[in-house]
Design a protein around this ligand. Structure first.
Ligand SMILES: [Zn+2]
Length: 266
């Protein structure tokens, strides 16, 4: 990643002081062209971001490891890399991680494993999702497999019984498939409320991710872990500023406003 502007690079020197961040990826499309779907990044962009994290000394534990350890034990720069939905193109992304000795956590939709997604299409890339053999192989290579429900539904819209089914069945299905405990969860569409948090806990998960931006552990509960969404519009400078500020609002005009507020003491 050679195109980081000097100001973003200087701002990043302080990164890591506020604790871990969790990055959220979806599809990773081969090549260099910027994909049409905002949540898909190109493989070139993904590689550049991994190289930056590696060069800057980020450790990349899994979600399970982050949730298991108290905040104070995360010294230095920590970025948990997560993927939602489990697109088949993530297999190549997984190889890039392995090549750098990095790890990540995948949130898998238990009812669509190895098939095209069954939930409504919003312009995402066509194709199937990761299958059971691929998920097992990823797990053997040190990656964590978590749950993203059975049907990729909005949990706040479900009655109590269906809510518990989405949480508990997906966990059991994945555990059977992987022959391993599944302790991490991500709320589809970032849709959650206090009832969902309680249900995730009751279903036996150790941790759950939202899509709210911020430092991962800011809410001091493992069931509302914050994540930074990585968009394909993130330039190298913008990516580093997200890491530095734990925020999506890192356009220069946002940062200028922030700096002025700080100067005025408000
Ligand atoms: Zn999803």
């Amino acid at each position: 990643m050679t195109r980081i502007d000097p100001i973003s690079r200087a701002l990043h020197r302080q990164a890591g002081q506020h604790g871990p961040v969790i990055l959220m990826y979806h599809a990773v499309i081969p090549g260099q062209t910027v994909p049409a779907w905002p949540w898909a990044v190109s493989m070139q962009q993904f590689r550049d971001q991994l190289d930056f994290l590696a060069t800057e000394g980020y450790q990349t534990p899994t979600m399970a490891e982050l949730a298991a350890a108290p905040t104070k034990t995360w010294q230095g720069r920590t970025a948990v890399i997560t993927f939602d939905d489990g697109y088949a193109d993530n297999l190549a992304a997984c190889e890039e991680l392995q090549r750098r000795g990095m790890r990540a956590t995948w949130f898998i939709v238990a009812g669509s494993v190895g098939q095209p997604p069954r939930w409504p299409d919003d312009g995402r890339p066509a194709g199937r999702l990761l299958n059971a053999d691929e998920l097992r192989e990823m797990q053997e290579n040190g990656m964590e497999i978590g749950s993203h429900t059975v049907n990729h539904v909005r949990l706040t819209e479900l009655d109590d019984v269906s809510l518990m089914q989405e949480l508990a069945h997906s966990k059991a299905m994945l555990e059977d498939m992987l022959d391993n405990p599944v302790g991490s969860f991500a709320y589809p569409y970032g849709d959650w409320d206090a009832r969902c948090v309680q249900a995730a806990q009751q279903a036996g998960y150790a941790a759950a991710c939202t899509t709210e931006a911020g430092w991962a552990l800011r809410d001091q509960t493992p069931y509302q872990l914050r994540r930074l969404t990585i968009f394909n519009t993130d330039t190298p400078g913008r990516f580093t500023r997200k890491l530095s500020f734990g925020s999506h609002d890192v356009r220069w005009r946002d940062l200028t406003r922030y700096a002025l507020r700080r100067l005025r003491g408000i």
